[in-house]
Design a protein around this ligand. Sequence first.
Ligand code: SAM
Ligand code: SF4
Length: 474
Amino acid sequence: MKFNPERLSIRDQRMKPFIDPDEIWGIINRTKPDETRVRDVIAKSLDKNRLTLEETAVLINADDPDLIEEIKAGARALKEKVYGNRIVLFAPLYIGNYCSNNCKYCGFRSSNKEAIRRTLSDEEIIKEVSALEDNGQKRLILVYGEHPRYSAEYIAHTVKLVYGIKKGRGEIRRVNINAAPFDIKGFRTVGDAGIGTYQVFQETYHPEAYKWYHLQGKKSDYDWRLTSLDRAQEAGVDDVGIGALFGLYDWRFEVLGLVRHTNHLEACYNVGPHTISFPRLKDASTINMNKDYEVKDDEFKRLVAILRLAVPYTGMILTARESHDVRREVIKFGVSQIDGGTKIELGSYSDIKNEEQNLNREQFMINDARSLAEVIDELLDDDFMPSFCTACYRLGRTGEHFMEFSVPGFIKRYCSPNAVLTLAEYLVDYADGQLAEKGWEAIEKGLLRLDDDVAAKTKARIERIRQGERDLYF
Ligand code: SAM
Ligand code: SF4
């Protein structure tokens, strides 16, 4: 059924489209970035305030190289000041690539006849998840094409299946999903299955551009997608992630679109998005994208820093679509989650053999194919603390990013010791040699940063982990 706002009850009237492209362009065009203003805006963000659309536009319009450096330095300072050095790790797991949409940029689009379509069977999901657990993963995001096969019930089934798979000491403690929008009932169904974050990207917030990229299929309905997180909230799924696919339209517009979306969720539901993603368009099978809106590396770095400052309380996700070098630099501008050991070809974690092997089963090309261990190794070199923490979600502490941000001492009491404990588990179960040595050194350093009583409790729990206990958290 096509989304029709008129049919909604009075209570649901807030589920109306809330993006006005003329308003956004008006703000971009009339905002002038003088030096003082840029500095004031950065200072406001460092004071832990979300920026308005106008203030974000001030940063967007700051083209002077020195000011751009100040914006990046501001983002780095905000990250250090508020979040410390933790980076949460996860992996994507592609469940199926059937798709009835025809998004021009995606390798799974229906007109791509070269794509080999498949959906992992339950046995294959078990194999894949077991392989991921063998690598030490604890947090997954399941990804699906949009197709009648992938109903809310089916997705709920796969989520529950994944939670139940335990290999050795491995288990998946948080299952997020990236799937096409549901109706309210569908959101209830996936919510009841215990999903962590429901993530959906608007791709482009510009309605005309959106139309051009999504000519056919359910996804051609811009409003249905834009209001999907309102339906999620209505269904009690309040842990949501937003994103834009950078490269489809002007990056400045998309940044303001993301901020507008954030304001909308805050205003209507009193809770902003848990995470913001900023995937950048990558080559995909048989696509030939026009490069009009290509986002260059330096623009990408800028926009990540601006988003960090614009919405200081939200988690920011940087994926392996980006190269190792870009990731290593951009991570400093306030990223809180990255994927590691990523493979997006269906069935590739466990090397499921079949006649279609090595054929076209990828949605796009990834650019950072390092193993989880290699990613962790570099994080440790760069003085980050890798974390697999899932404590807030397990304890029903929702809005964790907001709490990290707004509750004094929250990070020191919960996030930092939990990062240490989950890293300790990883080291005992999956690391040896040099990596283990480096990891234990980082843990020693991490303990020194904690208050004495928390450090003592954390040490005691590390001992219990060495003795074989698992899943200890604050
Ligand atoms: N099918 C669902 C949907 O479209 O929302 C969810 C899965 S889709 C596979 C996940 C995301 O991948 C899309 O929302 C899009 O932003 C991103 N994506 C698609 N094609 C891409 C490309 N060529 N480069 C980078 N990201 C891409
Ligand atoms: Fe299908 Fe999603 Fe790819 Fe569009 S982006 S073709 S909906 S898998």
